[in-house]
Design a protein around this ligand. Sequence first.
Ligand code: 4AZ
Length: 252
Amino acid sequence: IVGGTIAAIQSHPWMAAIFWNGRRPTERVFHCGGSLISSCWVLTAAHCLPDGFHTAAQTLSVTLGKNAINETDVTKEQTFQVEEVIIHPEFDNSEGNFNNDIALLRLQAIKGQCAQESGSVRTVCLPPANRALRTGTSCEIAGYGKEEEGLWYNSQYLRQAKVELLAHDICSDKEYYGNMITENMFCAGKPDWSQDACKGDSGGPMVCEVDNRISLFGIVSWGEGCSRAFRPGVYTTVTKYNRWIEENCLSS
Ligand code: 4AZ
């Protein structure tokens, strides 16, 4: 996150940190963000997962309730192995724009339980199907990604920032991203380009408050660099996938 502030996990209790498993449990490597949408399911970006990757056995793990990437707080955190990875069948990066950039991870239950609700762990609501938000709506993003483009290290702590939704026709202008923006994506940024998602925030949540309720409207997907003028962050439009999410999450 560029230009944001340190966030307490209690303010983003659906935040999931996705790791590659190392040889030892202490050697996990942080990889992407995600959002807890039900006790056993995390929504993330398809591009966070390698090509043709369908079984995650022993490969990925997810920690919920995490404030700091390199510290463990056993009083808040819940860690699960990933039992199943479902990548959207139409995920496509052949045009270099991560179309349909959405995937589901199923957490492996421990003694019959996946995530347990606490002050630091909670599911996020999904917005109603096809609910559109007005241009200019301010939404919140969170992640453990880089604080500036080009840094070689991620943020040590969870960070948050506010960005505003951009109109589709503006973001598709040739000054912006031209024909890279499909109907399954939207752009968001600050008018002064001061806040943005960055590398390592991918897969993580964009939440917006609508009708006094916070819902997951976007998944951090891509962008050219971070906080560059006319290069806003690009997000997967979650409301396009209500059916796909329900069909797949019910299958367990
Ligand atoms: C990335 O590489 C990435 N500025 C994520 C978000 C943005 C750029 C890059 C948006 O994961």
